[in-house]
Each structure stands twice: as structure tokens, then as C-alpha cells.
Design a protein around this ligand. Structure first.
Ligand SMILES: C[S@@+](CC[C@H](N)C(=O)[O-])C[C@H]1O[C@@H](n2cnc3c(N)ncnc32)[C@H](O)[C@@H]1O
Length: 211
């Protein structure tokens, strides 16, 4: 199923925000996310293709799914200069038009905060990964202190309307662990480093294995 989810303002702004984030450390996070990835890779919610330059040797093909048309066009342009073959397609995480067990690795970065139905998206990611395949994830997530969680829940009353469906209070790492994956490694950190409370600062980068 293809499903155009148009967010024209977000799609214009996001690549610039991401460029600033990359300079502040986001580029290194993408390197960490994709270190050692090999084989056939599915990237869901690829945006404008910010991860593509970070794929390394051993990746035979990346299939990149992106529902937002303007971002998808930018991703096609990024794919042309990527170090590995990247095929960009329309689609949504909840209904992947892909065969069972057909990928070695699945990648989501800053996406599970925005998908409408995260449980369905995780079930689809699990379905298309081969047994033993890896889910690599880089997501901003629910914080660890009651004060931060409260702040995030208030923020989520309006934030999804401003940021193309993004939520800041999702416990994404915990959801992955309950969705047929074994979390092999997860690093929690705050990003960006700021003196001011930021409801989108708690992040995780992790590797989970499909059971
Ligand atoms: C914050 S951007 C992150 C883009 C990119 N992954 C990155 O790391 O820069 C969130 C992305 O998720 C995509 N997205 C939102 N809902 C989705 C869904 N249901 N299925 C797939 N992608 C989705 C958006 O179109 C957008 O490209």
C-alpha cells in the first residue's frame, strides 16, 4: 500500500534542522547507528536520506521507504550520491509491501515517534526481517524522571500538530523489547546538550535482534 502523507512545511524545514543537528553530533549518532551493518537493508521513514552517506562496505542494497513526497524526492537525490545502492520507494511502516524474512537489517531513525501505529510498524519490521536479523534504531524517547515524563506528556498535547505527527513521550525502546525482538545493546543519552529542559532530548541508539 502506498500512502502519501504530505507535510510540506515540515518537509522544507526538516533537512535544515537535521543539518544543524548533524553538526552538533547527530552525524556521529548516525555512524554509531549503522556501524557494522551488512547485507540487504530496509530503512523505513528515510526522510531526505540523511542516513544514506553513513552506510558502509558490506551493505549490498538499501530499500528506503518514505511516505512524504517532498522528502522522498530529496531522498532520491541523496541516493544518487550514496556509497551503496539505495532504492527509494513510497510506503508506510504499518503496511510494508515486502516479502517475509527478506532483509538482514532494518533501520529506523527518528521515525517511531511519528508513525501513527507503532505496534503495527514494529510487527511489519519483524515480519520482513529474517530470523536473527537486526533492527537498528535511533529514536528520541520517554525520559526517565517523573518531571520529564510529565513535561513530555503535556508537550504531546500539541507537538504532533506542529511536527508532522511526532510524539516526545513514547517509550520506544520498551515497545521494541515487547515486539518479538531481543535488545542486544541500547545506549541512552541526552541530545542536544542544553541548559534548558527539552522534551525531545532523551534518546536511545540500539540494536535488537529478531527472535
Ligand atoms: C523526523 S523525520 C526522520 C527522517 C529520517 N529517518 C532521519 O533520520 O532523518 C520522520 C520521518 O518519518 C516519516 N514517517 C512518518 N510516518 C511514517 C509512517 N507511518 N511510515 C513510514 N515513515 C513515516 C516521515 O515522513 C519522516 O520522513
Amino acid at each position: 500500500m502506498t500512502d502519501d502523507r504530505r507535510h510540506p512545511i515540515f518537509a522544507r524545514i526538516y533537512p535544515r534542522l537535521d543539518a544543524a543537528s548533524a553538526r552538533a553530533g547527530g552525524g556521529a549518532h548516525r555512524d554509531e547507528l549503522l556501524a557494522g551493518v551488512r547485507g540487504r537493508v530496509l530503512e523505513v521513514g528515510a526522510g531526505h536520506g540523511a542516513n544514506f552517506a553513513h552506510y558502509g562496505e558490506g551493505v549490498t542494497e538499501v530499500v528506503a521507504i518514505e511516505p512524504e513526497p517532498r522528502l522522498r524526492a530529496r531522498a532520491v537525490a541523496s541516493a544518487a550520491s550514496a556509497p551503496v545502492p539505495v532504492a527509494v520507494r513510497a510506503g508506510v511502516a504499518e503496511h510494508l509491501d515486502l516479502e517475509d524474512a527478506s532483509f538482514d537489517v532494518a533501520v529506523v531513525s527518528l521515525v517511531l515517534c511519528s508513525v501513527r501505529h507503532p505496534a503495527e510498524a514494529l510487527a511489519e519490521l519483524r515480519r520482513v526481517l529474517r530470523p536473527g536479523g537486526e533492527l537498528r534504531y535511533y529514536e528520541h524517547v520517554r525520559g526517565e524522571t517523573p518531571g520529564m515524563v510529565r513535561f513530555q506528556k503535556y508537550t504531546d498535547v500539541f507537538w504532533p500538530y506542529l511536527a508532522a505527527g511526532c510524539h516526545v513521550s513514547r517509550p520506544t525502546g520498551a515497545w521494541i523489547a515487547r515486539s518479538g525482538f531481543t535488545v542486544r545493546h541500547e545506549r541512552r543519552f541526552e541530545f542536544p546538550d542544553s541548559r534548558f529542559p527539552n522534551p525531545a532530548a532523551p534518546h536511545v541508539i540500539g540494536v535488537a535482534v529478531r527472535e
